[in-house]
Design a protein around this ligand. Structure first.
Ligand SMILES: NC(=O)c1ccc[n+]([C@@H]2O[C@H](COP(=O)([O-])OP(=O)(O)OC[C@H]3O[C@@H](n4cnc5c(N)ncnc54)[C@H](OP(=O)(O)O)[C@@H]3O)[C@@H](O)[C@H]2O)c1
Length: 335
């Protein structure tokens, strides 16, 4: 068994990691930490009462290195890089769920804050499993992709060779409230979001440059990506609708089926997709259709799992020489 830990164990993605690691056949949970520590995990997550009794420590890099061979950083951006920089010196493998190692230095500093660990930025592998599998196997630092970029990129990347990359790409995204993390804000307040739906950070969300940068890296196409996220009154799940212009006559479903023929966690659907069928799973469901040269691509993921924790676990599996699907959830919370 390989010993693993979680820093940021009190948050939503931390809880998802705990649940999967408790039943994982190859990983043993040996370390949990939060900013303050000195508590039991069931105090932070009452749903774990009588399931897991575990002391939560104050986050400390030396203790992580002593206790684990691999650690998940389920921390806000900026907090992660301070921690990762210290840990890299100990040789502990890291899967970071924050934005700190996802982007080129210039893109990161333009949209987030000054980077505190630029020397390790180039070592980090972007953890979009289907596109970076081989690099992830060799990596000691994996940057978990953003939730919206995961669903968007998995949907649109197969079509980049067939679309007009000089035309604007429109990405309409809808997310359940857990995408914003545990901390309450005005927009995630029950009274604001209940029976409501609204766009936020339209055309200036930080995931817009992430989507554009990865399309450019994977396909060499610099696209004008226009990303509009919406908050919906659901706990988990993300639905993406991408609109693009085709330059070739293709069968969209045939393109998807051929592209993902060997990827067990991508499901190509014959009809538009929904969030409930993927909630609780690592699946990304994708549908596509065309009308003349107009292309519609529709994808759905569970933001907390495929958009964060199960994608991080799949990366950890590969980094440790395990099968990608080991301990990965596939049964949806339906009905
Ligand atoms: N939610 C999603 O759907 C999603 C999807 C993809 C990626 N992500 C990314 O994953 C990361 C975690 O997200 P989340 O949704 O789990 O957030 P969350 O629910 O707000 O949890 C973050 C946790 O980090 C802890 N923390 C903050 N600063 C810390 C520090 N300096 N040292 C140790 N612990 C610290 C916080 O509590 P304490 O301060 O009490 O320890 C909190 O429990 C974020 O970077 C987020 O952007 C989230």
């Amino acid at each position: 068994m390989i010993r693993v830990g979680i820093v940021g164990a009190g948050g939503y993605t931390g809880l998802e990691l705990i649940k999967m690691l408790l039943v994982h056949p190859g990983f043993k949970l040996t370390y949990l930490a939060t900013t303050a520590g000195d508590t039991l995990i069931e105090s932070l997550h009452p749903s774990l009462a009588d399931v897991l009794t575990f002391e939560v420590e104050k986050a400390d890099a030396a203790r992580v290195a002593q206790s684990c061979e691999l650690v998940f950083l389920a921390l806000p951006h900026q907090a992660s890089m301070g921690f990762a920089r210290e840990l890299m010196g100990y040789g502990t493998k890291i899967v970071d769920l924050s934005a700190d190692y996802r982007l080129e230095l210039e893109t990161y500093e333009k949209h987030y804050c000054p980077h505190e660990d630029p020397e390790h930025l180039t070592d980090a592998v972007y953890g979009l499993i289907e596109y970076y599998r081989e690099e992830i196997r060799q990596a000691s630092l994996v940057a978990g992709p953003g939730c919206y970029p995961t669903a968007t990129l998995l949907g649109i990347l197969p079509f980049i060779p067939y679309i007009d990359t000089s035309a604007p790409l429109f990405v309409d995204a809808k997310s359940g409230v857990s995408g914003a993390g545990k901390k309450l804000s005005e927009t995630t307040h029950f009274v604001t979001i209940n029976e409501n739906i609204f766009a936020y950070n339209a055309l200036k969300h930080r995931h817009q440059p992430e989507i554009a940068e990865k399309i450019a890296k994977i396909h060499g196409a610099r696209m004008n990506v226009n990303f509009v996220p919406h908050l919906i009154p659901a706990t988990r799940g993300e639905l993406i609708s991408v609109y693009a212009t085709l330059k070739e006559d293709i069968d969209p479903l045939a393109v998807l089926k051929a592209h993902y023929a060997k990827d067990p966690f991508i499901r190509i659907r014959e009809n538009p997709v929904d969030i409930k069928s993927v909630a609780g799973t690592h699946f990304c469901d994708i549908f596509a259709a065309k009308n003349g040269n107009a292309l519609f691509v529709n994808s759905a993921i569970d933001n907390l799992l495929r958009g964060a924790s199960s994608q991080a676990l799949a990366a950890a599996n590969l980094m440790c020489g395990y099968d990608e699907g080991m301990g990965i959830p596939t049964i949806a919370y339906v009905p």
